[in-house]
Write a protein that binds this ligand. Structure first.
Ligand code: ATP
Ligand code: MG
Length: 424
């Protein structure tokens, strides 16, 4: 039989790598809960139609990146490629009008059929934050600052915040006509992908990574010049408030983001150290999505951070393992039972306990202790175990220096005393 392998674009996260993931996630969770943002979990599998309606047919995600299949009941299902559409569906389905203001976050795997490379996988993870019901510029600033602070809290410097405004649907409609005419005239100078987008999703041409197309676009009409007074004013307030918070930004008029439902503020946070997959966070306002998906008119803004890229950026100080507090060496019929009882009891003190389960000789278990270097060790042999006792001492390679103590399993006072004087 051939060796079984994981699918292309998916990865196993092994225990040593997960230490960094878990430490990073812990800092993120703390930041989110301090901002009173609550978690929401939606299914990984949804009806395909949700993403067609919620993301838009002309987008790359829907037209070429989705994992779509028929289930046994012939329903078209899709592994979620992003989180916002599902969150919106869940809110509408559960009665958004009874709770029109919500600050939510989600974290989990997303699936896109893309060419795998560093920082780009077919199964990847996103942290998303969505502010539902909020319309003010202040909510844009607050959500940008939340993304910014998560990255900073993780010790990631050298970040660029890029912002743009996409205006309201009316601004875009006015621009679209002029822009499509211009694109038609310049069609032959554009790359194939961009040519195909002219009719499907012309705004996305602005987002092209193709060097030749980028050059041609320098002379294109600018969306910014089609903004209404109101949209311009909103954007300038946003900039003012970011300046007041000392969050540095760069204006990028070509930043349109892939998904159709964005309005007004769009933003991305990039880092030069990520190479060509430079965007770690992308977000924006989507005031029309909830209505478009069958809910009441509700403004909203959100962002998503790619966790694989975040982990690449986060320093290795997050990858440090917590030291084992007590390693329990045990051998013998009675000893092994007492050792299990001990490990259960000591875990109640919020200590990191490792019980040796190999059944190897005492000398082998001591060797293991030397390797993991716990703060202290407990030794249980049958002689001690029949007396319901164990030996505990601080771990040090030089054993003669260590004071050893024999403690009875039931002597909680003595156990606490020992822990207090040596650990806490
Ligand atoms: P890109 O231009 O890199 O394809 P995108 O615009 O498709 O990004 P979004 O839909 O905005 O990405 O998703 C938000 C974030 O999720 C991205 O900024 C990125 O960090 C991460 N991300 C998106 N696709 C992938 C992927 N295939 N593998 C790993 N991370 C991804
Ligand atoms: Mg993409």
């Amino acid at each position: 039989m051939n060796n079984l392998k994981n699918l292309r674009g998916t990865v196993d996260l092994l225990p040593d790598q997960l230490i960094k993931w878990q430490n990073v996630e812990k800092i993120i969770f703390e930041q989110l809960s301090r901002a009173s943002i609550k978690e929401i979990r939606t299914p990984i599998l949804e009806m395909t139609e949700l993403f067609i309606r919620g993301i838009g047919e002309g987008t790359d995600v829907v037209s070429k990146e989705m994992y779509t299949f028929l289930d046994r009941g012939e329903r078209s299902c899709t592994l979620r490629p992003e989180g916002t559409a599902s969150v919106v569906r869940a809110l509408i389905q559960n009665g958004i009008s009874s709770n029109p203001f919500q600050k939510l976050w989600y974290m989990g795997p997303m699936f896109r059929y893309e060419r795998p490379q560093a920082g780009r996988q077919r199964q990847f993870h996103q942290l998303g934050v969505e502010f539902i019901g909020y319309e003010s510029v202040r909510s844009d600033v607050e959500i940008i600052s939340i993304a910014w602070d998560i990255l900073r809290k993780l010790g990631i410097n050298e970040l660029n915040l890029e912002i743009n405004t996409l205006g309201d649907p009316n601004d875009r409609l006015n621009f679209k006509k002029t822009f499509v005419d211009w694109l038609e005239i310049n069609k032959n100078s554009l790359d194939l992908d961009s040519q195909n987008r002219i009719n499907k999703n012309p705004l996305r041409v602005l987002d092209s990574k193709n060097a030749q197309t980028k050059k041609v676009l320098e002379n294109a009409p600018r969306l910014f010049d089609f903004m209404s007074e109101k949209s311009l004013e909103r954007f300038s307030t946003l900039k003012q408030q970011l300046e007041m918070l000392e969050i540095p930004y760069i204006e990028n008029f070509n930043l349109v983001r892939g998904l159709d439902y964005y309005t007004h503020t769009a933003f991305e946070i990039t880092s030069g150290s990520l190479g060509s997959q430079a965007t770690v966070c992308g977000g924006g306002r989507y005031d029309n999505l909830i209505k478009q998906m069958g809910g009441p008119e509700t403004p909203a803004i959100g962002f998503a951070i790619g966790l694989e890229r975040l982990i690449l950026l986060a320093g290795n100080e997050h990858a440090i393992t917590k030291k084992t507090d007590i390693f329990i060496i045990n051998k013998g019929l009675h000893a092994e039972v007492l050792a299990i009882k001990l490990s259960r009891k000591l875990r109640n003190y919020n200590l990191l306990i490792e019980l040796d389960l190999t059944g190897g000789s005492f000398s082998k278990q001591f060797k293991k202790a030397n390797k993991i270097k716990p703060r202290s060790i407990i030794v249980v042999g049958d002689d001690e175990a029949v007396r319901n006792e164990f030996v505990i001492r601080l771990f040090d390679n030089d054993t003669s220096e260590n004071k050893e103590e024999i403690i009875s399993f039931d002597d909680d006072i003595k156990i606490k005393k020992w822990l207090r004087s040596n650990f806490f």
